[in-house]
Design a protein around this ligand. Sequence first.
Ligand code: NOJ
Length: 557
Amino acid sequence: MSTFHEKVVYQIYPKSFKDSNGDGVGDLKGIIEKIPYLADLGVDVLWINPFFISPQKDNGYDIADYVEIDPLFGTMEDFEELIAVTVEYKLEIMLDMVLNHTSIEHEWFQRALKGEKKYQDYYILRDPKADGSHPTNWVSKFGGPAWAPFADTGKEYLHLYDVSQADLDWRNPEVREEVFNVVNFWLEKGVKGFRFDVINVIGKEEVLIDAEDGVGKSLYTDRPIAHEFIHEMNQKTFGKQSNIMTVGEMSSTTIENGIAYSNPDKQELSMVFSFHHLKVDYLDGEKWSKMPFDFMKLKKLLNDWQEGMSKGNGWNALFWNNHDQPRAISRFGDPIHHFEASAKLLAQTIHLLRGTPYVYQGEELGMTNPEFQEITDYADVETHNAYKELQDNGLLPEEIMEIIKEKSRDNSRTPMHWTDEKNAGFTTGEPWIKVAGNYPEINVEKERKEGTIFTFYKKLIQLRKKMPIIAEGDYRGVLMDHPSIYGYVREYEGEQLLVLSHFYAEAVTVEIPQEFLTRASCYLIGNGEKRVLTAKMELGPYETMAFYFEADEKKKG
Ligand code: NOJ
């Protein structure tokens, strides 16, 4: 049986994947229709973003019922059919569990509002300070204070995210039992994996205090009790089966914690998403800013996480894209002048690392940011909050739009491009968000006929399954001081795999370290001409190449 080291996950943002009934919103039947396409790509697991009952204030991350399908996406029968079809195609389903908070429309919150003590204890309610200010000075991740009035009780409830997303109190054993039941419910339906939303912020202290930095992250992130809760969830739910793959979304985490969450001995999760490498274009740590990405920082972060997690026997989820990130090709590549090369460079760099790769819908086609011009073209709550905040800070509308065009989460949430027909073949109705204008050039139909990106992804996915060095090999960074090449070597039972990725458009010549010149190697995969490894190599625009070194007879295990 293959382990999650050999697997590749494909992320589906259901709202924007495929609409089967013409209401402009993607749905479960749409996903079913496209299963053969996903099976052809060769991925193993489909992570589907939340499709549970929700007022959709944060696109489904505000859940009002954890065990019912929102009619927007279909029915429980559709879900059961989806499971059956995926089994037929040897694919597995990974669900998105948003257990840090519920929607304020969830029955628990509503009953709490009505005065039921039991449910009030499900949430984090506190009195304001004596001077009438909020219980703590913490800031919500979507802007503004992290506290809101709890009806007219005089108390306030904690919401680390939108005001419509109330944090659950995991210290309450009844809350833990409820959320564990949710996980078990979906396991019984045949789900084989879970992505746990912001799971490293579930452990709040009993006594909440003001943060010295006026933000508060360190007071609720990666607290030791979060590890205890995750371990307990493991033991009471998915850990009872041997084949369930889990990934924790870890907000602002550390390598040390990443190891603890994912080292198998700890019995917490299979792997972690960390985000530091996607903050290398944040000016002074501020997301809503504009700056070219810092390549040296990017490669140092990738390298530190690879080496660190490897040393502690932790496991990384490998990704550039998801529904919260702008499209990586627009951010780190050049979709205008070096479209295929930069799409493949990003793919190869990630897929040959130690960890489990994730492909976000449309990435396999090279989908880009849509470059919407008007704020009204954006739907995301975080984007609109940021617009207001930037306005309050005195920025002009044009300046704000320049930032939003690069940073908005909607960059990756536009509909999937299936064909060059109206609305990219995503819907026969009015899409809930505009389709990116370049769909006639970038779409599945065209890519399958004449493109090379999809087949490149396919090859990378197959290589991971065929070559233990990719799935299991150790990792070591090489050429760490080089200003435009990220290099690394994977090592396994005497074999080596050297990967060189050049992140810029100007060609560059690099001296290959002596250790790789004394052994025979062959060109395994890359986005340029097949090459022979020599002492000096010229790498073209966004060129990536991987050389394989067989084990010496004596080293063969
Ligand atoms: C992380 C999710 O990926 C994001 O989309 C969501 O807004 C927050 N968690 C809050 O649930």
